[in-house]
Design a protein around this ligand. Structure first.
Ligand SMILES: NC(=O)c1ccc[n+]([C@@H]2O[C@H](COP(=O)([O-])OP(=O)(O)OC[C@H]3O[C@@H](n4cnc5c(N)ncnc54)[C@H](OP(=O)(O)O)[C@@H]3O)[C@@H](O)[C@H]2O)c1
Length: 234
């Protein structure tokens, strides 16, 4: 399959690309700003499955012009797209009254606007039975327990979730599914930076196993859905 994964330089995205490579000989465009980490990921995937094709693409999803830079690369290396995992994310933990407008934009640009731009750019290249997976958060899931400091992060994930649900309706005729996964806490650098000392119940590799399998097969069972993926958060 032809797959695009954003936020692949570390954490859940990095581990998800490895799991996908382990499962089959997919062609995967791996995106993040850190090119060195993507090259390391490519080498590690080659050890796991030498037939998997990892195409590292160092790219800033906010500063870069997706339609000009990313879309031609997808055309050249993949030709068409079967799976898109919008995993790149930005979290800032701060009291609501201290947030600046710049920080608001920083969070929403990565978590919502870049996803809109990316989906719109690659939609014409999507195959039937395609699946768009948007990585959301339990914080952005209606009725879940909320965390002080994550007002804007949670709001951005809520926006992503609803965009994902609404998009599924519009893409039905094209036979492209769109789902979002509202993840609970995972022990990544993002979590460690925002909440020093907090211990999450899952490692990135454990969550990645679920994300990778859901990306490949979840559209058979779900469309326009947001799945809470947490064993602890109500
Ligand atoms: N960890 C958790 O507890 C948790 C819980 C719920 C949901 N999530 C969500 O899961 C996803 C992955 O989280 P994580 O914990 O693995 O985070 P992470 O370790 O901070 O990784 C985030 C990834 O996003 C990329 N990224 C950020 N801004 C970017 C930009 N402007 N352009 C391109 N890439 C960018 C980063 O790459 P570069 O810095 O190299 O660009 C990095 O690869 C996020 O959407 C997050 O909100 C995480």
């Amino acid at each position: 399959m032809n797959i695009i994964v954003t936020g692949a330089s570390r954490g859940i995205g990095y581990a998800t690309v490895k799991k996908l490579a382990e499962k089959d000989s997919h062609s995967i465009i791996a995106i993040s700003r850190n090119g060195e980490a993507l090259e390391k990921l490519k080498d590690e995937c080659a050890q796991i499955n030498s037939n998997a094709r990892i195409i590292p693409f160092p790219f800033d999803l906010v500063q870069g012009v997706i339609i000009d830079e990313l879309e031609p690369l997808v055309r050249e290396y993949l030709g068409s797209v079967d799976r898109l995992v919008n995993n790149a994310g930005r979290m800032i933990n701060k009291p609501f009254e201290d947030f600046t407008e710049e920080e608001f934009d920083e969070i929403f640009d990565v978590n919502v606007k870049s996803v809109f731009n990316l989906i719109q750019s690659v939609l014409p290249l999507f195959n039937e039975n395609g699946h768009i997976v948007n990585i959301s958060s339990m914080g952005g899931y209606q009725g879940s327990a909320k965390f002080p400091g994550l007002s804007l992060y949670s709001a951005s994930k809520g926006a992503l979730t609803i965009m994902s649900e609404a998009l599924a309706e519009e893409l039905k005729e094209k036979k492209i599914s769109s789902n979002s996964l509202a993840l609970g806490a995972v022990q990544t650098e993002m979590l460690g930076e925002a909440f020093p000392g907090v211990q999450a119940p899952l490692k990135p590799e454990e969550m990645a196993e679920f994300v990778a399998e859901f990306t490949l097969t979840g559209h058979k069972y779900f469309n326009g859905k947001t799945l809470p993926v947490s064993s602890s958060t109500p």
